[in-house]
Ligand binder design. Sequence first.
Ligand SMILES: *[C@@H]1O[C@H](CO)[C@@H](O)[C@H](O)[C@H]1NC(C)=O
Ligand SMILES: *[C@@H]1O[C@H](CO)[C@@H](O)[C@H](O)[C@H]1NC(C)=O
Ligand SMILES: *[C@@H]1O[C@H](CO)[C@@H](O)[C@H](O)[C@H]1NC(C)=O
Length: 274
Amino acid sequence: MSPPPVLFYVVSIALLLINTNADHDSGGFVQFTYSGPQGPGNWGKLSPEYDACSSGKHQSPIDIVTEKVVLNQTLKPLLRQYGSTNATMHNSGLSIGMQYGKEAGVITVEGRNYSLKQMHWHSPSEHRLNGVQFDAELHIVHQAEDGSRAAVGILYRFGRADSLLARMHKKLAELSKQKSEHHQDVHVTVGTFDLKQVERVTRTRNYYKYYGSLTTPPCSENVIWHILGRVRSISKEQVDALRHPLEPGCRNNTRPMQELNGRVVQLFNNVNNF
Ligand SMILES: *[C@@H]1O[C@H](CO)[C@@H](O)[C@H](O)[C@H]1NC(C)=O
Ligand SMILES: *[C@@H]1O[C@H](CO)[C@@H](O)[C@H](O)[C@H]1NC(C)=O
Ligand SMILES: *[C@@H]1O[C@H](CO)[C@@H](O)[C@H](O)[C@H]1NC(C)=O
């Protein structure tokens, strides 16, 4: 490959001087936030790789209007086989999450296995039910070998503490001592993590399924979403602990609702299967 012409460098440096916020880190990641010029309304303009954020027709999150949902009797309970694996807890500045090593487990959707990769929290919630926004939302993300994803979303409203997060309390406190700046990922190791509890809290009698996207850039439209019908509870303190370590423009890390564009949300409801 021949080196780029000198003009390239001149223009690049000029652009960097004009807009120091638009820097790319070593991974080619273009910075985005949840407010201001790099907020959700402009994600699609920040990088050609983020094009789907503005031009995509199957974007997430959405408002699930129960009156328009279609009961699908062929849907099955969520089929997961989670084990235990090593894990790390991360603060990307944009959200707090956990990443899992190999062998974390799989979810089987439409006859296909997706490996559990990570989970992360948003507050307030991204998905809505009949227009209602909840206090927090957990996304559990699984990925197949070709990169397509199957995600499970859990909505939370303020109330009693969530047992899953309670278990991670110490690690979260440890993580929040290291502040993330300029989207530098900071993390702490968690050690071996038993995912049976994640399986337990996601056991559900009903869920909403639809085809959507990642809710952060690059907004790739390769995600099969399963939003649990059962809203769980989380304490105000727990949500504060998830927000406090984030960057100031990202403490509300919620992407606005996206158009359905003709998509139909399906309902799995166990009661009707008996
Ligand atoms: C799990 O352990 C392997 C091997 O030590 C390591 O390469 C990997 O990064 C770890 N993953 C996480 C998420 O901690
Ligand atoms: C999916 O994974 C489970 C558990 O590892 C395994 O038993 C099953 O055979 C896999 N199914 C497919 C379609 O690969
Ligand atoms: C952040 O979300 C909270 C609700 O959780 C809301 O009360 C507040 O107005 C939001 N702040 C901004 C800057 O959007």
